[in-house]
Structure formats: structure tokens, C-alpha cells
Design a protein around this ligand. Structure first.
Ligand code: URA
Ligand code: SF4
Length: 247
């Protein structure tokens, strides 16, 4: 059994479909989500005048420092540490989750718990590795108590950091893992099941929505769909690299 097969097995998929059988399709036109009101990240929630502008001008070190000291929302209260993100700052791939869990809060790195193991297996299935052409971040940088979903005001308060991360990274492709990430980025009501397999647009950067690995751990049937999504991502990236002008 090769590494690819064992990865698939780890994902609970078995050696089902092989990527080499997948035919590249044309990159579809980016879809626009139905614009339905989701509370917009509001700069007024930011503590202090000019916070958004200050964050928008930060470099990586400044961003790391600002997040570590941030008290712009209630999530700062129970955190052990803020978790900015991890990976290759020149990455073409940006994966965005929801927020740190207990282990992430302890270690200061995103996706290092159970869901993280599955994310690593998913990355490996399309020959990607954490730190290598991949950056991983979350919508909120501090752990929501009991791993609850971040509230709109928390997501809004934290948004300038992710916005700055994306601006610094300039990834070729963004992958939103789960509904909160997708809704935050697309500023629309999003259902993952209806959005997967489509190409969205985030300020000119193609964006794909797929299931959150923590959800996949609980939902076996959707693992097969996640595998389809991985194939779609890889196909899309190949096209983007093929079509894109050199940087
Ligand atoms: N779930 C997330 O959304 N992010 C993490 O970093 C860990 C689990
Ligand atoms: Fe600041 Fe974001 Fe942490 Fe809230 S979640 S305290 S906005 S870093």
C-alpha cells in the first residue's frame, strides 16, 4: 500500500478514485453567492479609531504582536494564547477554518488537534503539506469557550487580521473550511452542501467552499464529497497556475 492509499484509508475513503483519472475541466466562472444579509464585519466594533487602518498597514511581525496582545473582543478573556496562523508566507494555497480549539489554544498553532490530523491527511491526499506552499488560518484567532461557533461581533472584531493576512499572502486560491469561514469571507448566507464544487470570488481571488474537517469526523458520507472537493481544488489550482501570468 503506498502513501496515497494509506492517506485515503486514514480519511475513511479507501482507494476509491484516483486523481490521475480525473479530467481537468475548464475553470468555471466564479459564482456569486445569493446576497443575503449576514452582519458585515463592522469597523466600528474595532476598539479605537483607526484600528482597521493600522492593522491594514502591518507586516507579519506586527500582525503577530497585535494579535498576541489583542483584546478587541470577549474571546481574549479565556484564551491561553491567540493563534494567528501558520505556514508559508509565499503560499499559493490558503486554508481558513473557524477558530482555535483546546489544543490549538495550548500550542499556538491552528489545526493541531483531531480535526487538524484530518486536515493534514486531506492536504496529503493532494500532495500538499503544512508549511509548504500552504498557509492555514482561522476566522477568529482566539478560542471560543467550549468550541462554540464564533459570534458575529467576534468574527467582525477579528476580521481586520484575516483581511491583512490575505493581503500579505496574496494566495492563488482560498479554501473556506466550513460555514463560518465561508460566510465570513463571502459576506453571505452560505450552505456548504450547496456551495461546494463552485468557484467563488474573494476580491479577485478564487475561493472554494468545502466541509470543515471537524464536521467530516462526524459525518462519514460527506467524506466522499470532501474527496471530490479536494480533486476540484487541485484541478482548479492547476488551471490557475497554468493560466496565470508569471508573478
Ligand atoms: N478547527 C478550526 O476551525 N480551526 C482550528 O485551528 C482547529 C479546529
Ligand atoms: Fe482579538 Fe480576534 Fe482574539 Fe477577538 S478573537 S480578542 S478580535 S484576536
Amino acid at each position: 500500500m503506498d502513501r496515497h492509499d494509506s492517506t485515503l484509508r486514514e480519511m475513511g475513503l479507501g482507494p476509491l478514485w484516483r486523481l490521475r483519472d480525473a479530467q481537468p475541466a475548464a475553470v468555471p466562472e466564479p459564482a456569486r453567492p445569493e446576497a443575503k444579509a449576514v452582519p458585515a464585519p463592522s469597523p466600528t466594533l474595532a476598539a479605537g479609531e483607526g484600528r482597521g487602518a493600522a492593522i491594514a498597514a502591518m507586516d507579519w511581525d506586527e500582525l503577530r504582536g497585535a494579535v498576541a496582545a489583542c483584546d478587541a473582543c470577549m474571546l481574549c478573556r479565556d484564551r491561553q494564547q491567540a493563534v494567528l496562523g501558520v505556514g508559508d508566507v509565499n503560499a499559493d494555497w490558503l486554508f481558513i477554518g473557524e477558530g482555535p480549539g483546546a489544543e490549538e489554544d495550548e500550542r499556538g498553532e491552528p489545526f493541531v488537534g483531531q480535526a487538524g490530523k484530518l486536515l493534514d491527511a486531506m492536504l496529503s491526499a493532494i500532495d500538499l503539506r503544512r508549511f509548504d506552499d500552504v498557509y492555514i488560518a482561522n476566522v477568529v484567532k482566539c478560542r471560543p469557550p467550549g468550541n462554540r461557533t464564533p459570534q458575529p461581533e467576534e468574527t467582525a472584531a477579528c476580521w481586520p487580521y484575516l483581511e491583512r493576512q490575505i493581503a500579505l499572502l496574496q494566495p492563488k486560491l482560498i479554501v473556506a473550511l466550513g460555514r463560518p469561514a465561508a460566510q465570513t469571507l463571502l459576506q453571505a448566507e452560505v450552505k456548504v452542501g450547496e456551495s461546494r464544487g463552485r468557484l467563488f470570488d474573494f476580491r479577485g481571488i478564487p475561493l472554494i467552499v468545502t466541509y470543515h474537517p471537524a464536521y467530516l469526523l462526524r459525518s462519514l458520507p460527506d467524506k466522499a464529497k470532501a474527496w471530490e472537493d479536494l480533486c476540484f481544488m487541485r484541478r482548479t489550482m492547476r488551471q490557475l497556475k497554468g493560466d496565470a501570468a508569471p508573478r
